[in-house]
Design a protein around this ligand. Structure first.
Ligand code: AMP
Length: 353
């Protein structure tokens, strides 16, 4: 496992006038590559054979590196090539899912934008809840024992499975029947989390925290469009159809303005709590997954500690980013600007880990 000292040594060896922004060809790679181009940085996408042609076709993509599997980004040969390009890795959801938070910590010897340890915290639901609780966020009630279920609950499985397999249950009997009918390994079933199902409206705000000036920005906000649950309202008699929560798209949303001060306070508290729990804490892009109740309170059920796919709705900027910038500012571009500004101020080691 490379130390922070080791990363700093690699950065010292880099030609900072020729940095290359690198990520996997998936998830939010288009806005990251376009953001690099807009900020005057080179970009490189690591792609599998299957999707290389798709990414090569975009006029702002500088280079595509083809690998057999995404995990090959950890191979010595690929990493050497990336360091030769003065590469800075920008992790996104698919990067973390395909390469694995533990493998990134153990085997990625290329500087990465943002903290690595935070990826370990976001890939463990229990740690996420500890972090959000430390931030003073209201959380859905968690049930350790199915016999305690006294209201509608949502049962979730470990890993970023995209909501696959989740189910709802109103009591222990329903929980047991549905759990028994699921074709999942016992280990996965044992790692499930039983959460109170919170009824309200969902919001997924996109934040960016910069340690360079200790600032927190709200760059955008979306609602995930999930199948089949978001299709059930179109069927008058939907009873009997088990809802599923597989993300298939994202819808832009703005929040009632009177709720924004509270949202920013929550974002700041999440950053402060992260610094207390795992230094250097949350750096760069993150998203809170939350439900706003009819009493106008926020209940947080997850935190994503990197760029989320919902930012793809704002490649040309969002209502919030256009209040902050007089140019189109996607989350991908904001991350590239952070790299550019840190390089100009000779402060790369504060944002790369
Ligand atoms: P997650 O994997 O935690 O992002 O959850 C997938 C989806 O399930 C979310 O985007 C929500 O639509 C829904 N969901 C998750 N947790 C809750 C909850 N506690 N109450 C209501 N809906 C939830």
């Amino acid at each position: 496992m490379i130390t922070k000292k080791g990363i700093d040594e690699i950065i010292r060896g880099y030609d900072v006038r020729k940095l290359t922004v690198c990520t996997l060809g998936s998830h939010s790679a288009l806005q990251i590559a376009k953001g690099a181009r807009d900020e005057g940085l080179a970009n490189l996408l690591v792609c599998t054979k299957k999707n290389a042609a798709f990414y090569k076709d975009w006029p702002f993509v500088d280079e595509v590196l083809v690998v057999d599997s995404y995990k090959d980004v950890l191979s010595g040969k690929v990493q050497e090539k990336l360091r030769d390009r003065n590469a800075v890795i920008v992790p996104h959801g698919s990067f973390v899912e395909y390469v694995g938070a533990a493998n990134i910590l153990e085997g990625l010897d290329v500087p990465m934008l943002g903290s690595r340890i935070v990826l370990d915290w976001e890939s463990d639901r229990k740690k996420q809840f500890k972090w959000l609780a430390e931030a003073g966020a209201r959380l859905p009630r968690e049930y350790k024992n199915p016999e305690d279920i006294d209201r509608l609950v949502i049962v979730k499985f470990p890993g970023a499975r995209g909501g696959a397999g989740y189910f709802l249950a109103g009591d222990e009997k329903e929980y047991t029947r549905k759990m028994n009918s699921l074709d999942l390994p016992d280990g996965v079933k044992a790692g499930c989390m039983i959460q109170e199902y919170v009824v309200g409206t969902r919001f997924y705000p996109h934040f960016f925290y910069s340690p360079l000036d200790d600032s927190l920005q709200l760059l955008g906000m979306d609602i995930r469009y999930e199948s089949n649950v978001d299709g059930l309202s179109r069927i008058p008699e939907a009873a009997g159809i088990e809802p599923s929560y597989v993300v298939t798209g994202n819808i832009p949303v703005v929040m009632r303005e009177s709720l924004l001060p509270g949202l920013m306070d929550l974002g700041r508290n999440v950053v402060s709590a992260s610094k207390k729990l795992f230094a250097p804490g949350m750096l760069g892009a993150f998203c809170l997954e939350m439900i706003c109740t009819p009493e106008l309170g926020f209940v947080c059920f997850e935190v994503s500690a990197r760029i989320v796919a919902g930012t793809n709705a704002f490649i040309n900027g969002s209502p919030y980013s256009s209040l902050l910038y007089d140019e189109p500012m996607s989350c991908g571009r904001r991350m590239c600007r952070e790299i550019k500004e840190a390089a100009a101020k000779k402060r790369l080691s504060e944002v790369l880990y």
